[in-house]
Design a protein around this ligand. Structure first.
Ligand code: GTR
Length: 425
């Protein structure tokens, strides 16, 4: 019996490499990265080369965008659905008087059904005039970002929470939302639970906002049908619609920050909606910032198998077939130009392929340069805690897959730089 347990434990230990579980078909071996050729972002499908901003915007950019619509995230519907906003709470003296908080109920409807979401907003009190804002989804409900018991449970809570799961307790993800620091640096923050927009569980699509669209068909077989990432991206644009109704928002200074699966959605939102002036992906990995053609860490075969409701069905054809991809994720980043993109990785998050995330920013550079802006300027990865910030940005930090104060501080440095905010003590 003892020997049996010993063998089992040894096997388990052998199955962990640098904190990453060994999963069949997943490689963490740099020497096994295929000899891939990335599509040149400035070469059009007909082989012609883009040399001007007009050619990029009129010809090549729509081609690139079309790849992401038809092959990866699916097509965002052109029509829209009605939404109303209802202010549920307002506290001008939150955070010891340093912030005003608001909770606003969004009601999406097609006249028959309704989907509700709650936006939680903190606005710094010390700034006069309009303020810059970080928009971002949380994973476990607004109540998970704070211990404040006046913060309401998100409407999707009852649908998706795992019974008695500690993850879902109030304040459980506070470490990902350093509200104190954000407010002290003069930024507002607007967050909503991503499950409110599209519950991230198989079988719950009928509770998503996408089910309200006239084109919704639960039995659709369209290869370019939009799925969860597309719907989350759409939802973050609806947060901006609300912000546009608010006189305290500086509309030229809206940033979106997304972690992991929400990093994927943030990049896709930023590619489509030019109201996001800074787009930040934290540990977004496969289907986010990481280059798919490196096939390092999480790969397409694995992600479409485990999360079949995230990507449009056409993406499945590239499972174990990355070579055939006519585009790659650096082109998603390039779609954000001339607005600013920032990518963050963590050393202990090989699953998200930090090097692939870095190279993606690097290879988006030519489009920034076309606009007379600066790309990363180097294809050599920086050391940990040595961020590179030009018109694009990148850092890798110590630690695991998470959002830490270090990440937020760098995101704010980058936004300060581009929003021309003088650093306060
Ligand atoms: C993982 C998934 C990643 C990433 C992550 C997350 O399970 O494989 O692509 O999205 O979830 O969102 O935390």
């Amino acid at each position: 019996m003892r020997t049996y347990i010993l063998i089992l434990s040894l096997l388990l230990i052998a199955c962990i490499v640098k904190g990453q579980a060994i999963i069949e078909g997943i490689s963490y071996d740099e020497s096994k990265v295929p000899n891939y050729v990335l599509p040149d972002v400035l070469t059009c499908n007909d082989g012609s080369k883009v040399t001007t901003v007009t050619e990029w915007e009129k010809k090549r950019r729509p081609e690139v965008l079309e790849y992401f619509y038809s092959q990866e995230y699916g097509r965002t519907p052109k029509e829209t659905i009605a939404v109303t906003y209802e202010k549920l709470t307002e506290n001008p003296n939150d955070m010891g008087g340093r912030a005003t908080s608001k909770q606003v109920r969004f009601k999406f409807t097609n006249g028959k059904n309704v989907v509700e979401a709650i936006l939680l907003v903190y606005i710094p009190n010390k700034r006069k005039g309009k303020v810059p804002v970080f928009v971002g989804y949380n994973f476990k409900g607004n109540h998970s970002t704070t211990l404040d018991t006046t913060v309401l449970y998100s409407p999707s809570f009852s649908l998706v929470k795992a019974p008695d799961h500690p993850d879902w307790q109030r304040g459980n993800q506070m470490n990902r939302w350093c509200y104190d620091k954000i407010i002290d640096r003069g930024y507002a923050v607007a967050t909503m639970c991503y499950h409110d927009i599209f519950p991230d569980k198989l079988g719950l699509i009928k509770h998503s906002v996408s089910s309200l669209f006239p084109t919704y068909d639960p039995n659709s077989t369209a290869l370019d049908e939009w799925k969860a990432i597309g719907v989350w991206a759409w939802g973050s644009s609806r947060i901006v619609d609300y912000l546009e109704t608010q006189d305290w928002v500086d509309l030229e200074k809206i940033a979106i920050m997304g972690h992991s699966r929400q990093g994927k959605a943030a990049l896709w939102a930023g590619a489509q909606d030019t109201r996001f002036k800074v787009v930040i992906s934290n540990d977004s990995g496969c289907g986010g910032a990481a280059l798919s053609k490196r096939v390092y860490g999480e790969n397409i075969a694995r992600i479409v198998k485990i999360f079949p409701h995230w990507f449009c069905p056409a993406f499945e054809q590239y499972a174990d077939n990355e070579d055939k991809l006519p585009f790659d994720q650096h082109e998603l980043l390039a779609l954000i130009a001339p607005r600013h993109v920032y990518v963050a990785s963590a050393v202990g998050d090989l699953w998200a392929d930090p090097k692939g995330e870095f190279l993606s920013v690097y290879h988006a550079g030519p489009v920034y340069e076309l606009y007379g802006l600066s790309g990363l300027g180097t294809n050599i990865m920086p050391d940990i805690h040595q961020p590179i910030m030009t018109d694009v940005g990148y850092h890798i930090r110590a630690g695991e897959h998470d959002v830490t104060d270090y990440d937020w501080e760098r995101f704010m440095d980058f936004c300060d730089m581009h929003f021309k905010i003088v650093k306060r003590k």
